[in-house]
Design a protein around this ligand. Structure first.
Ligand SMILES: NC(=O)c1ccc[n+]([C@@H]2O[C@H](COP(=O)([O-])OP(=O)(O)OC[C@H]3O[C@@H](n4cnc5c(N)ncnc54)[C@H](OP(=O)(O)O)[C@@H]3O)[C@@H](O)[C@H]2O)c1
Length: 262
């Protein structure tokens, strides 16, 4: 199977790429850092394509390159970022919104023919438990009017990933499309957190945080469950935010993402 993984250079994405390569899948590493990507490509004997989700032109180029390599059986939208201050991408979007939502939306929709051609397409989107605290503010998805807050912007973008997943599952009945919370996983994701949270993660909360391989196992479960339109909390289906079951909300976000990535 040919399987593409975004954010494959560290944490859960890297552990997943290693697992897939070890079992004989043809992994397509999608990474923004070319030097790290090249080292991993050699280590895993994988394909590698530069893909910076904070740059929509890079996403378009990546989709073209992947498509030129033949059918794709699965796509894992894993890459994630956490900014302690509000940042805008060169495309003019709030960074977490673009990296978690617009970039994956564009990548996935551009890859439709390539995924369809595999005859057994699967998509897994990372979407943390924290999405349940998210809101859908359609007239301010880029946080220009609201006071920006890192936790709230992250929660919103995680909720958007769930809504995107459920809408994609409805629009692509020929594919298996699921979202997954990987569990509390100790990765470089916590490095951007305030110092006291990092300290807690490495002391009192240490037993709570699991290694990246555990997160990768959860992602594989969601990818290969055989179902579609499901949010997995680690390895089990669970109830997502109520908006996931609201087709009008899902469609409105889809339309907004389509307009923003045109
Ligand atoms: N860890 C957890 O407890 C947890 C919980 C819930 C959900 N998640 C989700 O799980 C996913 C993976 O997180 P992780 O913990 O493994 O984090 P991580 O170790 O920080 O890895 C994040 C990956 O995303 C890549 N990335 C960041 N910005 C990018 C961009 N603009 N374009 C392309 N790739 C980009 C990073 O690339 P570089 O190496 O170049 O930085 C890295 O490979 C994220 O979506 C996160 O929201 C994690």
């Amino acid at each position: 199977m040919r399987i593409a993984v975004t954010g494959a250079t560290s944490g859960i994405g890297r552990a997943l790429a290693e697992t897939l390569a070890a079992r004989g899948d043809r992994v397509v590493l999608l990474c923004r850092d070319v030097a790290k990507m090249e080292t991993l490509r050699v280590d895993l004997d994988a394909e590698a394509v530069r893909c910076d989700l904070a740059d929509l032109a890079s996403v378009r180029e990546a989709a073209d390159t992947i498509a030129s390599g033949g059918p794709l059986h699965a796509l894992v939208n894993n890459a994630g970022t956490y900014t302690p201050v509000r940042e805008e991408t060169p495309d003019g979007h709030e960074r977490m919104f673009q990296v978690h939502v617009l970039g994956p939306f564009l990548l996935t929709t551009l890859l439709e023919p390539c995924l369809r051609a595999s005859g057994e397409a699967r998509v897994a989107n990372l979407a943390g438990l924290y999405h349940r605290h998210g809101t859908l503010v359609l007239d301010d998805l880029d946080w220009r009017s609201r006071p920006w807050d890192a936790g709230a912007a992250n929660a919103d973008s995680q909720l958007h990933r769930v809504l995107f997943t459920f809408e994609l599952a409805a629009r692509w009945p020929w594919a298996h499309v699921n979202a997954v919370h990987p569990g509390a996983i100790r990765t470089s994701a916590q490095d951007a957190a305030p110092w006291f949270l990092r300290l807690m993660a490495d002391t009192v909360l240490k037993p709570v945080f699991k290694p990246p391989e555990v997160g990768a196992h959860a992602v594989l479960t969601a990818l290969e469950s055989g179902g579609t339109g499901v949010w997995f909390r680690r390895t089990h289906p669970d109830v997502p935010h109520a908006l996931a079951e609201d087709p009008r909300a899902r469609r409105a976000l889809w339309d907004a993402a389509e307009t923003a990535t045109r």
